[in-house]
Write a protein that binds this ligand. Structure first.
Ligand code: ADE
Length: 386
């Protein structure tokens, strides 16, 4: 979530707010929060609430709420990231659909390289999502700090991201918002994708067919077919992956310009150039991913994700071993003095007192809000009894 260094997060939120999330400010918006019954309530009685958690640190803040480092009371010492979202703010900025999408995706897919949902619950005023804690913070932070990564480091991170996108695509979900701010690092140096608010589910086919024309995303990473307002499908994620891999290897996205109009123009038609230090295998995969013709882009064929995995750039990796986290990442973020240090997060937030702040809304709003958030409560089966 938006730390001070999240340059693009704000732009994204603004674009998303104008998306098609069903208008209205708390009335009957007919918001479809698709829920799988098996996740909505826990066996053995009782619903979780904020009082079941010890709030340790503030990790980040955004327009809808904050992310805190928490621990479950009476459980083991496992740390979680708790994302709180103010319902009134979501309704006001038309973010209900995005929140529902995020929650649906999180509760339906568990994957080693996706930030998993462990618990979810709500009060009258807020939604709470309890997620895997990623103690290394944002990949964006490390990329800016180290300027660019070695090919070995980018290779393993790239392989983990490929598996994460492959899992989403296998569930017919297009991520659409791949950028360094949405990639979190754990204290071992492995990554997980987060922030599924802009993802679209229920879209089939690897190419441009069946796409959606809603414009959301950060310009740097947007595929040309999105800028051109043509329908777009899963291949947009492989383009974004190409820009991200390029940025990891070279320090800046391939078509970067401080002027947004110029950047749009470059994404649509500037030639792809590489610094001289890049290996042939790196150039080859980047050319494949950053192919403007969707049908020729790596990953858009019938093989889908397998086309990416088969690239020479990844030939020294065994993807089963990547999945099992058997490769040790070259870089391990500093752990701090103890687990709850949150040393890789912005002091601006971590020095703040971790509290569940009171929301001041008109009471008349409360009942309306509640009706839009029914069935949010969730407990991951794996976490039962902890
Ligand atoms: N910020 C947003 N989500 C997070 C998470 N799961 N872990 C750490 N920081 C986060």
């Amino acid at each position: 979530m938006g730390t001070k260094m999240s340059k693009a997060g704000k732009a994204k939120k603004g674009a998303a707010a104008s998306g098609k999330s069903g208008g209205g400010s708390g009335g009957n918006d007919n918001i479809d929060i698709k829920l799988d019954d098996k996740y909505t309530s826990k066996a053995g009685g009782g619903k979780l609430g904020i009082d079941d958690f010890e709030l340790l640190k503030v990790l980040g803040k955004g327009s809808f709420g904050k992310v805190m480092l928490v621990k479950k009371k009476g459980g083991d010492d496992t740390l979680f990231a708790m994302k709180t979202l103010r319902k009134a703010a979501l309704i006001k900025r038309n973010q209900l659909l995005h929140t529902a999408t995020e929650r649906n995706i999180l509760q339906n897919i568990q994957h080693p390289f996706l930030v998993n949902l462990i618990y979810a619950f709500q009060s009258d005023d807020k939604l709470y999502m309890v997620l895997d804690y990623m103690g290394g913070g944002e990949l964006f932070f490390w990329l800016k700090k180290h300027r660019r990564f070695s090919e070995a480091r980018a290779q393993l991170m790239g392989a983990e991201i490929t598996l994460a996108l492959g899992a989403l695509h296998a569930g017919n979900i297009i991520y659409r918002d791949l950028k360094p701010e949405n990639i979190l690092v754990d204290l071992e140096g492995h990554i997980r994708l987060t922030d599924f608010g802009l993802s679209k589910d229920g879209i089939t086919g690897p190419g441009a067919e069946g796409g959606t024309k809603t414009f959301c995303g950060t310009p740097e990473y947007l595929a040309p077919e999105i800028l051109d307002n043509k329908g777009h499908g899963k291949s947009v994620d492989w383009w974004s992956f190409g820009t991200l891999l390029y940025e990891m290897l070279c320090g800046l996205p391939p078509f970067y310009d401080t002027n947004i109009q110029k950047m749009y123009h470059k994404i649509l038609c500037a030639p792809l150039r590489f610094p001289s230090y890049l290996s042939d295998n790196a150039k080859e995969i980047l050319r494949g991913l950053l192919q403007r013709k969707v049908e020729e882009r790596l990953g858009s064929g019938p093989g889908g994700t397998d086309e990416i995995k088969a690239a020479n750039f990844f030939k020294t990796l065994d993807f089963d071993r990547v999945m099992a986290k058997e490769y040790t990442p070259e870089f391990k973020p500093p752990a701090g003095r103890n687990d709850t240090d949150a040393t890789n997060f912005d002091l601006e937030f971590t020095t703040e007192k971790a509290i569940d702040s009171v929301v001041t809304t008109h009471m008349s709003e409360t009942a309306k809000q509640k009706s839009n958030f029914t069935d949010f409560t969730y407990q991951n089966e794996g976490a039962m009894g902890s």
